[in-house]
Design a binder for this molecule. Sequence first.
Ligand code: ADP
Length: 275
Amino acid sequence: VLGALLDQGTLAIERASLVAESRRNETLAERERLQTTLLSSLSHDLRTPLASILGSVTSLRGYGGQMSEADRDDLMAAIEEEARRLARFVSNLLDMTRVESGVLDLKRDWVDVTDVVRAAVARAEKAFPGRTTRVMVEEGLPLVRGDPLLLQQALFNLLDNADKYSQSGSATTVRATMGIGDVTITVEDEGCGIPAADLVRVFEKFARVTDGDRRPPGTGLGLAVAQGVVDAMGGSIRAESPATAGKGTRIVIHLPVGPPQPLGVEEKELSDVGV
Ligand code: ADP
């Protein structure tokens, strides 16, 4: 009996390691599949704006002299827009590299959320001049800990999405309020919304859920970067979208205020300079 039990035990262990092995292979295969999808989607998203820039430049060089000033201006505006899109794309990739390499852990400044929200909105207003952005910031918000520039980038990514996935002319609303032990920031748009089944998945790297043809170019990294930044600040981020499709998206960020930290080296340096 003991022998039979031992045999069963060995079998169970062997099976478990086979399962583990095949899971590892599945994960590897899945990772390779993801990388291939990523590369083809990256090449597509890089190639489309580049083709459009090259096409416009070729037209300008070939027929610019015969064109009306208005037509020339239109082509230049198209080139500028596509170039900006490419720049956004590349900066998202760079941010992702920072998030992945853990550089985020290094910066633990005191952050004034009001300043960061206003800076992100100012940047977005410049980038998307046709969009109305309403800002409602509660007075006297406490400081939080983290990286102000990266938080600004995270918020900009949300404002960028609000622009990309909404009709022009609709409004985006940004709120920053005091929650229970945290500062809550919400970015709300009136756009196409996110299907309930994808509200969590959209934060994964390279996840894109808006359907193929009408999908604006992007990396699928904007929300992953935002999540990386918020996580590194000890906070949380989630997406909400009403059940009715097309009724907008709300992204909610909670950043902990937390009790004052014990007076460590860093704090001492801060109080030395009178902060
Ligand atoms: P990208 O916008 O570059 O695709 P993100 O990581 O910022 O990447 O977003 C992931 C996906 O989530 C998008 O492709 C889109 O399908 C969806 N999404 C994000 N924000 C919104 C929004 N405000 N409204 C509708 N869909 C959104």
